[in-house]
Design a protein around this ligand. Structure first.
Ligand code: CP
Length: 359
């Protein structure tokens, strides 16, 4: 039976384990709030759709067709935290599908400064928009928004574009899409060694992606970080429950030769209470030209970006450095997600099957 957000109290919903929460986001409208709501089948559908959208969009007639699909919809981009890639790629994805967009990129420019509650602010957005794409510093706030809208007469889909230090599900989707594409000719993602490096404790992209990778067979995850910035026990517990193998280490060098993907992250010092991460020696958690002979010819070097010093610009043009492609992949997978959220994916699949635009 379909579980409805309108049929559960906030207190009961909040107390649910992550894997049970996902069941509440699949109804009408579907919400995208946590990595744990995805199945492998769903990931594969989205990746295939993203590639089809990308190919169709290459031709002018295809691009014009895509723009008709959601031209009757408006999206609200509410970004209460800074963003370049997530904001721009969602905006571009909306443009590809014909959605008009509106935005608030700084709560100081909304009536929140007059004392309006975040809940009332969101309810106001829902009066004008057909979808809310939101980034917020408070973990779980996107879930609260979806729950709150489910108790109004205007429940519209909510896409979590990054919440607190806990979830970044659409980043994880683009990371999965990048891994799928990078390993297309070498047996796919199953069985691969994925090495995460940097601030894993507060990196919401790693937390979401690590769980999504547990949907693949025989992947092994390596968490490489200074001890105070290591991955949270809550994620390790989820991996244990899924039977996914992992190693927790500070020894980056030992993981390099076996890595199929190296996922670098920056130190997330915006979450510091008193500048504590400046006292941690992070010099061993970076990659540069001196490492290119150690890693495999097929290793994908990834980063959600923005970067600081953890990836030397010296390797930007190495074919294994996929972080720029990874960023662009975000636009295609987010277009696939938005289209699916409105249930219009069959029209793209039909168009693709009829016209078969080239790769
Ligand atoms: N990867 C990512 O979330 O980048 P932005 O903060 O620039 O959106």
């Amino acid at each position: 039976m379909m579980k409805k957000l309108s049929g559960i109290s906030w207190r009961d919903f909040k107390a649910l384990p992550l894997l049970e929460k996902g069941d509440y986001f699949q109804g009408t409208p579907p919400h995208t709030l946590i990595a744990q709501q995805f199945t492998r089948e769903k990931l594969q559908e989205l990746c295939a759709l993203a590639t089809r959208i990308k190919r169709i969009n290459k031709r002018r007639d295809g691009a014009n067709f895509l723009k008709t699909l959601l031209c009757d919809k408006r999206a609200m981009l509410y970004f209460a935290q800074p963003s370049s890639r997530t904001y721009l790629s969602h905006n571009a994805a909306c443009q590809i599908l014909g959605l008009d967009t509106m935005d608030v990129r700084d709560s100081k420019t909304s009536s929140e400064v007059k004392g309006e509650s975040p809940e009332d602010t969101i309810r106001t957005f829902s009066s004008y928009a057909d979808m809310i794409i939101m980034r917020h510093p408070v973990g779980g706030f996107a879930e609260r928004v979806a729950w709150m809208l489910a108790h109004t007469n205007r429940e519209i889909p909510v896409l979590n574009a990054g919440s607190g230090a806990d979830q970044h599900p659409t980043q994880a989707l683009l990371d999965i899409y990048t891994l799928e594409r990078s390993f297309e000719k070498i047996g796919g993602v199953d069985g691969k060694n994925i090495v995460f490096v940097g601030d894993l404790m507060r990196g919401r992209t790693v937390r979401s992606l690590a769980w999504m990778l547990s949907l693949y067979k025989d992947v092994k995850l390596y968490f490489v970080a200074p001890e105070p910035l290591q991955i949270g026990q809550d994620i390790l517990d989820l991996l244990d429950a899924a039977g996914t193998k992992y190693v927790v280490t500070q020894d980056f060098a030992s993981t390099m030769p076996i890595a199929d993907a190296i996922y670098m992250t920056r130190i997330q010092d915006e979450w510091d209470a008193e500048g504590e991460s400046s006292t941690i020696d992070t010099s061993a958690f970076s990659i540069g030209a001196e490492h290119m002979d150690i890693i495999k010819d097929t290793t994908a070097i990834m980063h959600p970006l923005p970067r600081r010093k953890e990836i030397s610009t010296d390797i930007d043009n190495d074919p294994r450095a996929v972080y720029w492609r990874q960023m662009r992949n975000g636009m295609w997978i987010r277009a696939a997600l938005i289209l699916t959220t409105f249930g219009r994916q069959d029209e793209v699949n039909q168009y693709y099957d009829n016209y078969k635009p080239g790769a």
